[in-house]
Design a protein around this ligand. Sequence first.
Ligand SMILES: NC(=O)c1ccc[n+]([C@@H]2O[C@H](COP(=O)([O-])OP(=O)(O)OC[C@H]3O[C@@H](n4cnc5c(N)ncnc54)[C@H](O)[C@@H]3O)[C@@H](O)[C@H]2O)c1
Length: 417
Amino acid sequence: MNRLLTVAVAGCGNRGQHTYSRMLMDMQDKVKIVAAADLDPSKLAGIRQLCGLTEEQCYASAEEMLSRPKLADLMLICTPDSCHYAHAKAALLKDYHLLLEKPISPTAEECRELAALAEERERHVAVCHVLRYTPFYQKIRQLLDEGLCGEVITVQGIEQVGYWHYAHSFVRGNWRREDESSCMLLAKCCHDMDILLWLLGKKCVQVSSLGSLRHFRPENAPAGAAARCTDCTVKDCPFNAVNYYVNRYRRTGDSWPQNVVAFEPTEEKLMHALRHGPYGRCVYHSDNDVVDHQVVLMELEDGTTVDFTMSGFTANNARHLRVMGTRGEIVADMNAMTIEATHFGSPTEVIDVKKLAEDLSGHGGGDRRLVREYIDFLRGDCPMTTTMTSIGRSVESHLVAFAAEVSRKAGGVPVKL
Ligand SMILES: NC(=O)c1ccc[n+]([C@@H]2O[C@H](COP(=O)([O-])OP(=O)(O)OC[C@H]3O[C@@H](n4cnc5c(N)ncnc54)[C@H](O)[C@@H]3O)[C@@H](O)[C@H]2O)c1
């Protein structure tokens, strides 16, 4: 493509603006952002300034932007989970290619419908399964493809959400309630379901799952806990929002998650948000209902088994993976960014992922690589890769998550896919 690929941004929050639009502004030889929409005027003002948009190029909602004739080649759908289906469907009907934030939709029917619509309209939809694009998982996939483990027999995965990240997003934040976003497994772990299936290249045929919201409930509040951290005198609570957001702001400045709590934060804005907004709520007195721990057992088509744990009770927020096969084992730690690869009978090789790539920021380097690869693909500068695949493959991870949730709610009964 000789001309610039044009982009419209639906939802200008953390992902749409702070992540993807900032990255696209580093690629101005290839792309141009020509339209943006958000309900929040301050977010619109932010992206307008970031991308040099005119007032006419900014829309008060994605719906308004989508009511206009097609404005760009590609639309980024970065609105909240519950909006993805409607916005993606309207955009596909207008013949946009899509960079679609996960989850595709909170229901299996809508996921399948969007996959079919993309095929019918011959549009590309890249679902933001960013982990596939990380040097960490790409290296593991390479080792498996090279046969290091022989035939994979069983896999163990853990998604350590991190106690502070869990409290931020899943007790106080946008993903705390199933009716407002989706179940925890879909919201947080559709990445894990996707990466496990992508690494192994197999389909899942059966799942069962157990888990609950065990801790973050009113009956577990320490004696004397106030409804808001700004009024609380309980000592040593690890979930104290003033300690977490304001003290962290002093160390890290305007970065995630402070910029979620207050747009372009200052200490004053953060304190105001904690006194009046959702992020100042006591973790034991919020209106959350998603699980704080969940275990999923998967059986793949060739008999490979996978056990996966999601936990909100971890010090780190990083994934661990152990792949066990007939000829070798891989033990991978995304916190340490190391991969221990053992071909049985040979010494263990410890791979330092930090040496494989310069930039591991933004989901282990996945955010930036996804954007670059997709833009290059849409411009015709590179072919579709096995990393990118199709929305049809992305839907599979969602179907596993839906089936696991059915199992969990039925007390762990096996569910066939
Ligand atoms: N791929 C990943 O790893 C990853 C990571 C974080 C979030 N996400 C997903 O990205 C999406 C966005 O998350 P976020 O953290 O940026 O949230 P956010 O709240 O920061 O941004 C969402 C924005 O959408 C706007 N919005 C809501 N309704 C709208 C409408 N009708 N029209 C236009 N704008 C509207 C909101 O005002 C907000 O600014 C979510 O679906 C989330 O699950 C994906």
